[in-house]
Design a binder for this molecule. Structure first.
Ligand code: IYR
Length: 237
């Protein structure tokens, strides 16, 4: 098994102190791998962020499954430093919309986002109106846990929190798209109001907010192009 390794993992000593199991993995032929990879790429390339959702309800079970998929993300020291807070409560969604629009008015109308930033957003045509926060059946806020608080009140540090939560966010978006739902990565900055509205503790900081639902039928999206492989990829041999 480990002919190539002078220092096999786990060492006997390590395995005597911590549990390990054999990773089950089915090796596929390269043809099958390529077919699966192409399918997946095309599926992912069809994903778009949308800014108008249908009000049609989405069962909570589907949201839970996407969150379970997201929570399989790798994380620093396997701390899984995230909390997904979901609501479909009309009053809470209304409060979130009102608070988000208040912040966004400062961003857009009082130039808290500078001219260069607003110019970069011009092709997307975003503004301070965030109706989708009330129309989409679900709002899910992903909080990063900057540290962990134990029941005796002591705190434990988390590691690579932004990297870990960013990966989980990507997997959440992927899981939603895979099951046929749409979302938008929304950051109504500053987002501290989400702790108050959603009653989250002070070790948690909002990372990103996701309205989730079906896209509104006929919804339009900016006609954007994705970078070609040669613009984002290089090799070094
Ligand atoms: N948070 C604002 C502004 C915004 C910023 C970026 I960078 C975007 O890609 C899109 C929007 C908003 O949500 O409108």
């Amino acid at each position: 098994m480990s002919d190539h390794y002078e220092f096999p993992y786990p060492s006997k000593e390590l395995e005597s102190r911590h549990p390990f199991s054999v990773y089950e993995h089915e090796r596929l032929s390269e043809e099958v791998m390529e077919a699966k990879a192409k399918d997946f790429y095309h599926k992912m390339d069809a994903r778009r962020s949308v800014r108008m959702f249908s009000p049609d309800p989405v069962p909570q079970k589907l949201i839970e499954l996407a969150i379970q998929a997201a929570s399989t993300a790798p994380s620093g020291a396997h701390k899984q430093p995230w909390t997904f807070v979901a609501t479909n409560d009309p009053e809470i969604k209304r409060e979130i919309r009102a608070a988000a629009e208040e912040e966004e008015e400062k961003n857009y109308l009082e130039n808290r986002m500078n001219e260069e930033w607003q110019e970069a957003l011009a092709p997307l045509g975003t503004d301070h109106h965030k109706e989708f926060l009330q129309v989409a059946p679900w709002i899910i806020v992903l909080f990063e846990q900057r540290y962990e608080t134990l029941s005796d009140g002591t705190t434990l540090k988390n590691y690579y929190v932004k990297e870990s939560v960013g990966i989980a966010a990507g997997m959440f978006i992927t899981a939603l798209h895979h099951m046929g739902l749409a979302t938008l990565t929304h950051t109504p900055t500053p987002m501290k109001f989400l702790n108050t509205i959603l009653g989250r503790p002070k070790n948690e900081r909002p990372f990103v907010l996701f309205p989730v639902g079906y896209p509104l039928e006929g919804v339009k999206v900016p006609d954007l192009n994705r970078k070609e492989l040669n613009e984002i990829f290089t090799t070094v041999f």
